[in-house]
Design a protein. Structure first.
Length: 149
């Protein structure tokens, strides 16, 4: 099984101060690791976010979109230096973001993967473990232990 999140797609202490800046950061990460066009990734995520917030609550967001050029789903994890407003259901700003990108067009299997990540990120014990992760390797290991594609 191949993990969706790679170590190269984890950024801690990111200086993004808006969803747009966050999506640019995600675009740069996946462009470097997977050969996608970073601006296109940011645009797809922003377009999806404009329809409805992907903030889950608890300080976590799960932005997602389909993207050309992918053969399998990939993810990027960003921990923000300062929380940003994300219109989450609980009104809390977001600090931890897992962005999920799937091959275009998205399939039912990709929607199932999104649902699995949503369930994982809303579990209190997983969130506590994620908060304790202080480096990219521990974050990667935590996600790798729980979900693989």
């Amino acid at each position: 099984m191949i993990g969706v999140l790679s170590l190269e797609c984890i950024s801690l202490d990111a200086p993004a101060s808006s969803p747009e800046a966050l999506f640019q950061c995600v675009g740069r990460l996946v462009a470097a690791a997977h050969g996608l066009k970073g601006g296109d990734v940011a645009d797809r995520l922003l377009r999806r976010e404009s329809r409805r917030s992907t903030g889950l609550g608890y300080g976590i967001a799960l932005p997602h979109a389909d993207a050309h050029g992918l053969s399998r789903p990939v993810a990027a994890f960003v921990r923000l230096r300062k929380p940003i407003a994300f219109d989450a259901p609980d009104g809390r700003p977001v600090t931890d973001v897992l962005a999920l990108l799937v091959p275009r067009p998205a399939t039912a299997g990709h929607h199932d993967l999104l649902a699995r990540y949503t369930r994982l990120l809303t579990r209190p014990e997983f969130r506590r473990s994620l908060e304790r992760c202080a480096d990219a390797t521990s974050i990667w290991r935590l996600f790798d232990e729980h979900l693989r594609w």
